[in-house]
Design a protein around this ligand. Structure first.
Ligand SMILES: *Cc1c(COP(=O)(O)O)cnc(C)c1O
Length: 380
């Protein structure tokens, strides 16, 4: 079977090529002529996620992630909320990692309980603490491959074996790793989710999501997606597909560039601490090396001198843009305690290890030396 890099370019594309077009066209048509099968779900309609632009992405995602089937959605949050609403009923209970993406955290804190779904948090680094959180109605465990902003890699293999022992479904948000650095279905996770807004699309110009799993699970989640309506528009499908073709080139470069910058920051006198799991001293280093091809473009660091200095560094940077998000071609940087984690009370944040002067950088594909010059000058 061809490698992932080759599959990213070719998998899922129609053969014979439509009108010979090397790049699949955009089918910007809400509805399609009835082919006469008599089944509602066979009718092609954008909300049913079954137009030619959806089909190409679904096949490409299944191939590169090693799943049986896939779905694209209108955002990462649509992928997450639709998956959980499809797999859980009122009265069910889920175990969720205690430091998830803010939107997921919000969904589990407010929407899930109002629908009668019970949620308990687990420390995904401490397998011995999981059993006491189990209830007879526990159905699912939810984790992220790499957490934000401390870039931790939890006990992913233990999560899979714990779930198997207890007949629970496992859902993992693999956004920060991308399928280049980690393929969770290969180690036994049931459902892989992405915010395709990030690495998969890679150009910060659309919001999209992806879900990859078995035929049966995708059929179930797909029905809920049809009902909730979080479909991806064909034009956004086209852009996501174009972005995915260069995924492995971008992520390999970002892996290397971010690690190089992180190692230089470790040596820099103006930096107190660097959080990058492939660097000596990170508590998850051994697991990250074993499970991941690389750690992507995101890492974080604490400059010496506190908030005032951190804010001055942000203002002095010329290349890195002070903005949330990650996985694009341009480097973004921000201060999580003022942005993604601002809603969490300060004392709780510090307890989680997120200092007020922590800066998170999402390295793009600019030349590493230019980024270093910019960072080094701002630090000076
Ligand atoms: C951005 C992000 C999301 C949400 O994705 P949207 O496309 O913004 O809806 C979910 N999980 C992680 C880890 C993210 O980084």
């Amino acid at each position: 079977m061809p490698s992932i890099q080759t599959q990213l370019v070719h998998a899922g594309e129609p053969r014979p090529r439509l009108e010979g077009a090397v790049v699949p066209a955009i089918f910007q048509s809400a509805t399609f002529e009835d082919s006469g099968g008599g089944n509602y779900h066979d009718l092609k309609y954008i909300r049913l996620n079954n137009t030619p632009n959806h089909d190409i992405l679904h096949q490409k995602l299944s191939v590169i992630c090693g799943g049986e089937a896939a779905l694209v959605t209108s955002s990462g949050m649509a992928a997450i909320s639709t998956t959980l609403l499809a797999l859980l009923n009122s009265g069910d209970h889920i175990l969720a990692q205690n430091c998830l993406y803010g939107g997921t955290h919000g969904f589990l804190d407010s929407d899930a309980p109002s629908l009668g779904i019970g949620v308990d948090r687990i420390d995904a680094h401490r397998p011995e603490s999981w059993r006491e959180k189990m209830r007879p109605e526990t159905r699912l465990v939810y984790v992220e491959t790499i957490t934000n902003p401390l870039i931790q890699v939890c006990e992913l293999e233990a999560i899979v074996s714990f779930a198997r022992e207890n007949e629970l479904l496992t859902v993992i948000d693999n956004t920060f790793a991308s399928p280049i650095n980690f393929r969770p279905l290969e180690i036994g996770f049931d459902v892989e989710i992405h915010s395709a807004t990030k690495y998969l699309n890679g150009h910060s110009d659309i919001v999209a999501g992806a879900i990859i799993a078995s035929h049966d699970l995708i059929a179930k989640i797909g029905l809920t997606l049809d009902h909730l309506g979080g479909c991806l528009d064909p034009h956004a499908c086209f852009l996501m597909h174009r972005g995915m073709r260069t995924l492995s080139l971008r992520v390999d470069y970002q892996n290397h560039s971010a690690e190089t910058l992180a190692r230089r920051l470790v040596e820099h006198p103006g930096v107190e601490r660097v959080h990058h799991p492939l660097i000596e001293g990170h508590p998850d280093q051994e697991r990250a090396r074993r499970l991941l091809r690389g750690c992507g473009g995101v890492f974080s660091f604490e400059p010496a001198g506190g908030i005032e200095i951190a804010e001055r560094i942000l203002r002095r940077l010329n290349l890195a843009v002070n903005a949330p998000s990650l996985g694009g071609v341009e480097t973004l940087i921000g201060r999580p305690s003022a942005q993604s984690h601002a809603a969490i009370p300060a004392a709780e944040r510090v307890q989680m290890g997120i200092e007020d002067h922590l800066l998170r950088i999402a390295v793009g594909i600019e030349d590493t030396e230019d980024l270093w010059e910019d960072l080094e000058r701002a630090l000076r």
